[in-house]
Design a binder for this molecule. Structure first.
Ligand SMILES: Cc1ncc(COP(=O)(O)O)c(C=O)c1O
Length: 368
């Protein structure tokens, strides 16, 4: 199997730990471990203090899977598997797909949501939003369905546009999938970061017997360093195949990460509420920046998630502009071509505490 380079991850590898400001990160600032431990109950703390560092249960510990299921309607821990989010995406596609099958995925999008499918020799169709408002139209999705469509991949809150679905759009997608007996892989990595008036979506696994929901600690919880995520799905045979594929990759999860994730999930509101406040605040100051600068041609405020996708008022490409920006100011921005959307777009991330400072430096740069 040959797979293309993951452009976005290579780009981050080049700049993430040397740039002074990260203007385009999708994750929120990493929380101090101490903050998680301070939230812990005595029982949780005792698990932490008595932790041994051997192998762990390959599907994820009982306690962790129970903590995960507090956030779903599904209540059977056999319907959950824990691993790193990217690994779960990679495995799920490998387990579900055969060469020549047809898959529909969102575009622009997070590269692995199309690249793994591509590497497996499947045919791909892209479900694209309206660039005037980043709204995805379910009728467009319906038109992409073919006789050999095996899988629909969605990602809401959406990376990179911040687009979201209404409950009735989600129902309509499930109706299409159910009629054609198609799996629905729903990447819900930005779940619970609902920043507009739109109600939170119910996870796909709770609505559809062939729905597979992916979520994890990186975005919603500011805990990317734990490297944990989970799939929830009612199809136990599928989950068994995922577990056995995982034996060739990580085998099982990091024991300290499992405990810290469990504590975070048990006290989720304490973590998520301040993150949401920061995102909302940073969106406001970005809107003020957009109003007073000529740099941004179009900003559609995200409806959910921690990111937006903005069109720049520049003469060259966003890739060239981002390259100059990081060299001249130390501000890293991610151009749209990392999401298969070349042109004048960059992603903007609203989850960082130093976002206002980064914007001040960007203002200075623009006024030179
Ligand atoms: C839509 C989406 N899915 C999956 C991932 C992978 O998450 P992680 O970095 O925690 O593996 C990301 C990370 O940016 C993402 O944006």
């Amino acid at each position: 199997m040959k797979i293309q380079e993951f452009k976005l991850e290579r780009y981050f590898a080049k700049h993430e730990f040397t740039a002074k400001y990260l203007l385009s990160s999708s994750d929120c600032d990493g929380l101090p471990m101490q903050q998680i431990l301070e939230m812990a109950t005595d029982a949780e703390l005792s698990l932490w203090n008595n932790l041994t560092l051997g192998y762990t249960e390959s599907e994820g510990s009982h306690l962790l899977r129970e903590a995960i299921l507090q956030h779903y309607r599904i209540k059977d821990i056999a319907q959950v598997i824990v691993a790193s989010p990217g690994e779960l995406n990679f495995i799920a596609m490998n387990v579900l797909l055969e060469p020549g099958e047809h898959v529909i995925t969102v575009s622009p999008g997070y590269q692995s949501l199309r690249e793994v499918v591509h590497s497996l020799g499947c045919e791909i169709s892209f479900w694209r939003p309206d660039p005037e408002n980043w709204i995805f139209d379910v009728d467009d999705l319906n038109e992409l369905i073919r006789k050999n469509t095996r899988l629909i991949i969605i990602n809401f809150p959406h990376n990179p546009t911040g687009s979201y679905l209404t409950g009735s759009q989600m129902d309509a997608i499930i109706k299409i999938a159910r009629e054609e007996n198609i799996f629905l892989f729903s990447d819900e990595m930005y779940r619970k970061l609902t920043i507009s008036e739109m109600p939170e979506l119910i996870p796909a696994c709770d609505l559809y017997e062939k729905g597979i929901s992916l979520w994890g600690t990186s975005k919603t919880f500011g805990l990317a360093g734990l490297r944990l995520g989970w799939l929830v799905c009612r199809d136990i045979e599928f989950l068994k195949k995922v577990q056995s594929f995982k034996d060739y990759l990580s085998i099982c999860n990091s024991a300290p990460s499992e405990i810290l994730t469990m504590i975070a999930l048990n006290h989720s509101e304490k973590i998520i509420n301040p993150i949401l406040e920061r995102i909302k605040f940073n969106i406001q100051i970005f809107q003020a920046f957009v109003d007073r600068q000529h740099l941004i041609e179009r900003f559609i405020s995200p409806r959910a998630g921690s990111i937006g996708f903005v069109k720049l008022n520049i003469s060259g490409s966003a890739a060239e502009w981002s390259d100059r920006l990081v060299k001249q100011t130390g501000i890293m921005s991610v151009p749209g071509e990392m999401f298969d959307y070349p042109g004048k777009y960059i992603r903007v991330g609203f989850g960082r505490a130093d976002f206002g400072e980064a914007l001040e430096h960007l203002s200075e740069y623009c006024s030179k």
